[in-house]
Design a protein around this ligand. Structure first.
Ligand code: PRT
Ligand code: ZN
Length: 226
């Protein structure tokens, strides 16, 4: 657990958030010795260890207090919070900063040929997604009786494969939707990468002091890029 003296930070090992998260850590003066295959990377100039994992694991690692800080997309963070809340697991965290990368939106998209008059058109339908909690919360808010069908990959081919009537997936340029004959209809969540801190449990004065020393540097980097 993170009662180790060194500050533990979780970052995505390889994916869309990895390079920007590592670049930010380097920009605030943390020297890192990252070896591609390894789960852990040690800083050579600060008492910091990086845990390099799948992004899906990062919210839980922070909420269970296994790591002190984590870089994660708000989409994944909010989905996992809802899932953990439903399962009676700890779901608290503190957002330290909203970052300037990882921007995307979670949207409902329907096949080109579907007659869509608004969210009511999804009444009684099945919608494929990797984010069932966010999607079902949206349906509940709108008073729509539709079903979220969980798929962990290739969500965009679900309607064509006859697995669902529509999809709810992350969109950035919209090229993937277009390539699959889908049209974006409802934006249900806007996301960016965030830096989060564990909320439960004691944190040593040394770790808190280190975080307090690093945060102004994060602000400096974000400001310089504006
Ligand atoms: O292996 P691991 O589990 O760590 O990675 P992953 O495959 O689950 O995640 P990854 O690396 O693809 O994405 C990590 C995070 O990046 C997401 O949780 C978002 O917060 C953020 N992000 C930003 C995106 C996108 N933009 C994005 N466009 N994540 C995924 N996409 C996908 C989307 O799912 C769809 O397949 O890109 C496609 C759509 O892109 P456009 O440009 O065609 O619209
Ligand atoms: Zn993932």
């Amino acid at each position: 657990m993170s009662n180790s003296k060194r500050l533990r930070i979780a970052v995505q090992k390889s994916g869309r958030l990895s390079d920007d998260s590592i670049a930010l850590l380097k920009a605030i003066g943390i020297k890192l010795n990252i070896r591609d295959r390894l789960l852990i990377a040690h800083s050579t100039n600060e008492p910091i260890d990086l845990l390099r994992v799948r992004d899906d694991d990062i919210p839980g690692l922070v909420m269970d207090g296994v790591v002190d800080l984590g870089f994660i997309g708000e989409n994944e963070l909010e989905e996992k919070s809802l899932e953990r809340k439903a399962a009676g697991k700890p779901f608290e965290y503190e957002t330290l900063r909203r970052l300037d990368y990882g921007g995307c939106r979670l949207s409902i998209a329907v096949p080109n040929e579907m007659e869509y008059q608004g969210i009511e058109s999804l009444e009684g339908k099945e919608v494929a997604t990797t984010y069932p909690y966010l999607l079902e919360r949206y349906f509940a808010e709108k008073g729509i009786n539709a079903k979220a069908v969980m798929l962990t990959g290739s969500v965009e081919v679900a309607p064509r494969a006859g697995v669902a009537d529509a999809i709810c997936d992350l969109v950035s340029t919209g090229a993937t939707l277009e390539a699959n004959g889908l049209v974006e209809k409802e934006e249900i969540f806007r996301s960016k990468a965030v830096l989060i801190k564990r909320a439960g449990g004691e944190m040593s004065d040394e770790k808190l002091a280190l975080i307090n020393r690093l945060m102004p540097r994060v602000d400096g980097v974000l400001l310089a890029k504006e």
